[in-house]
Design a protein. Sequence first.
Length: 124
Amino acid sequence: MDWKLELVIIPVSDVDRAKAFYVDQVGFNADHDQVVTDDLRFVQLTPPGSACSIAFGLGLTDAEPGSVRGLQVVVDDAQAAHDHLVAAGVEVGDVEHLAWGSFVYFTDPDGNAWSVQELPERMR
C-alpha cells in the first residue's frame, strides 16, 4: 500500500497576502481558492513539479500563524532557486553548501520556515 503525502496545511494570518507571496514571489501554482462559507476558505498551491501541495485559508487549522518549521522542497539548482527568490523580492541568505546538499532558506510573511535543497550528485 502506498502512503502519499499530498497536502500540508500552513497557518497564516492573512490569506490574500500569503497567496500573493507563494504565487507571485515564490512561484507556486494556484490550484484552488474556494470560499465555502463565511468561516471556511480553502486555498491550495503546488510547487512546480511537486506531487505535494500546501493549503491555507480560514477555518483550516488552529495552529499559530508562522509556527511551521522544516518545510523543504528539492530543486535541481540551489543557486538558480536563490536567484529566482531574490529577483522576486524574497529575503534569502547565501547558498549554504553541505555534504548532504546545498541549501537556501526563506520564510513566508508570517514566519513559516522553508528550506530549498539541491541534492549532491551522488544522491541524484
